[in-house]
Ligand binder design. Sequence first.
Ligand code: ZN
Ligand code: ZN
Length: 317
Amino acid sequence: MKLKVWGSRGSIPVSDYPDTVWKRTHSLLEDFQQSGMSPDDYLKSKDFTSITGFGGNTTCVQLTTNSGSSLIIDGGSGLRSLGMSQLGGDLGKGKGEAHIYLTHYHWDHLVGLPFYVPFYIPGNKIHVYSVCEDLEKCFEILFQKPYFPVPFNVIKAQITFHQIEPRKPFKIGDLTATPYQLDHPDPCWGLKINGDGKNFAHCVDTEGTRISREKLGEDLPLYQGIELMYFDAQYDFNDHLNKVDWGHSASQIGLDLAMREGIKRVLFTHHDPAASTEQITDMKKDTQRYFIEQRKAKETLFPVEWDFAYDGMEVEI
Ligand SMILES: [Zn+2]
Ligand SMILES: [Zn+2]
């Protein structure tokens, strides 16, 4: 099973101001001049995201199995690029099928939906899923004047809405997905997805307030037997302590969970729109310090692999 991150930002899409890009380029060129390296060697010696940034599209990921079953989770602004990438295939010819699961209806998870071009191509069959109530109504509102110029009835694809039951599995080709509740001010449903014999856990948006097995209760299976967990780490740890009930977490919370439950790999995501590339890079360094401290203190903790997600990142699960 393959994961592609189309949007890794939370709350609102952002882009670096030209001034920021200019300053970063200037300092890189100065550093390069002093390095005496070839351009290729110099770039390879740098952390990829320290040069490129983490991207600014809001949350949207795509899971694809070896046989081609595919599920899109959330329709943040990253969905626009995903849709463009599909136009060369069946969805561009009006003979395609797509499946989109919505965790909840906060804007950052919906804002890309009106810009998903396959909706406007007759013949396409698009399935939209959510546990949250009033799926059809909440979806149609996005295509309504005066907020958007194209009304819902102009959508040419055949759209089928699926109101999903909590903690009950549903199938998309050879993918099986089961929704579990996350910790968010408005109900938000993560997904445990099984495909190609591997399990993926989508844990965005969540504050991770229920950390113990007892408190997680019937939602504990979301964190067990997982090869890759995609986890909300919008804030650094101190910021997270000051933002109680904002509905977002920190990498240290996700690491604790992963080390205890034996999760093989974690990708931290839903980056704060206010966080610069340098600040997210610092959060990675803090996470590394925390990880080393915890593993030293308790050797039985699982040696989780982890990283911070960026737009366009592809991961084999
Ligand atoms: Zn969000
Ligand atoms: Zn939210």
